[in-house]
Design a protein around this ligand. Structure first.
Ligand code: NAD
Length: 362
């Protein structure tokens, strides 16, 4: 969302915006109009604990209203730390009762990827809008079921693609439509980190692990967003330097994408290497970001001397506020479920290429 649109939306009164809102819990509510939407985090692991809950202390359009956890000790400590009332605390078994809780407008699913489908569908059936972490789900079929469940229950689905809310990445996205440098010719895109853990769901296939879904979606998005196109074919190879840890999923994935406008991308992701950059070569120039998908500090430059270094207070807070502003005004989400599905369609083709050793048409 550009600055002008944010400013415009922030001048709308929320009461006015809510009247535009159709087919969801806010409109159904006959109570006083809300100034902030209530978010319930599902899964209180690293990302919820270290990033999302702190961001929810900075947001203007939403707040941490509830939690869903399978660990009673976490429920106790979060309740005290964030002043969460007992009536807004759920476990995985009684979660569906959230349907009757007017404090909760949005359920944010922050679980291992194999659990995303179940909890997105249950949240949608409870009549709540849903935010879902990346990767959206292990398969295209899962993503389609999640989108359908949200449509049938007249709620919205956003994917937690925080980078698409970052003005530094938005500068690259804008170049896809800007004639300044001409068409994209070649892209190099990398996103990975060294993961020292030896027994985590990221190494477990059944739970949706693997570098491709985790960091690979950032490398893939670098190419998709820079071209503004969807790839038409892919060739991929997987490898590992730590076979004793990466028994079921890839530690490293390298993949080449062809785009309909003629651009080619060379992308890589890994749980064994720290790397994070995007270089886009156009007909008449280049643009780069390094890092391209950090929580903060994404920055870069262009061949005409333009510096990309927009300040951003808190990326997750910006994502949450952008998405809640869109929910309240009933406008388009920056990264709806369909955007998550586009990535998983390519990820499926990448795994097919690894399995067959062939170029796969998408
Ligand atoms: P984590 O392992 O730290 O936390 C996972 C949570 O799920 C824990 O609270 C755990 O108790 C719970 N859980 C329930 N059932 C489980 C099971 N069978 N196995 C393992 N955990 C189970 O993971 P995380 O790093 O917080 O990742 C959660 C989600 O957030 C993933 O989809 C991940 O890709 C995403 N994530 C996104 C970003 C981002 O920048 N957008 C960053 C980190 C993680």
């Amino acid at each position: 969302m550009n600055i002008e649109r944010r400013d415009f939306l922030s001048t709308l009164t929320l009461a006015g915006a809510a009247t535009l809102f159709s087919g969801n819990s806010l409109l159904a509510s006959t109570g006083p109009k809300k100034e902030k939407l209530g978010i319930a985090l599902v899964g209180l692991g690293y990302y919820s604990t270290d990033l999302l809950a702190p961001a929810l202390q900075l947001t203007e359009k939403c707040y941490l209203a509830g939690i869903v956890t399978g660990t009673p000790a976490k429920a106790e400590s979060w309740k005290t730390k964030y002043n969460i009332p007992d009536k807004n605390i759920y476990n995985y078994q009684n979660f569906d009762q959230i349907a009757n809780n007017p404090d909760i407008d949005v359920v944010y699913v922050v679980l291992p990827p194999s659990m995303h489908r179940e909890f997105v569908v249950r949240a949608a059936k409870a009549g709540k809008h849903v935010f879902c972490e990346k990767p959206m789900a292990p398969s295209v079929a899962d993503c389609e079921a999640m989108i359908q469940a949200c449509k049938s229950n007249k709620v919205k689905l956003a994917i937690g693609y925080r980078c698409q809310h970052d003005p530094n990445i938005q500068a690259i996205i804008r170049l896809a439509k800007d004639p300044k440098f001409g068409k994209v010719k070649m892209i190099t895109s990398a996103a990975g980190y060294f993961d020292a853990r030896t027994n985590h769901w990221k190494q477990n296939k059944a739970l949706g692990g693997g570098a491709m879904g985790d960091m690979g979606v950032y490398a893939l998005q670098g190419a998709r967003l820079a071209t503004g196109e969807e790839p038409v074919s892919v060739f991929a190879q997987a490898s590992t330097t730590r076979p004793e840890i990466y028994k079921e999923v890839e530690e490293t994935m390298m993949f080449m994408l062809d785009f309909p406008g003629g651009a080619r991308a060379s992308c890589q992701t890994s749980f064994g290497i720290n790397m994070n950059y995007l270089q886009v070569n156009y007909e008449k120039g280049w643009a780069k970001l390094e890092p391209q998908s950090g929580y903060s500090g994404n920055k870069g430059s262009m061949s005409d001397g333009t510096i990309i270094n927009f300040p951003i207070k808190n990326q997750q807070a910006r994502q949450l506020d952008d998405d809640c502003t869109a929910l309240m005004a009933n406008t388009d989400l920056i990264a709806p479920g369909e955007e998550g599905l586009k990535d998983i369609r390519v990820v499926e083709a990448i795994y097919k290429s690894v399995a067959t050793g062939k170029v796969i048409k998408i």
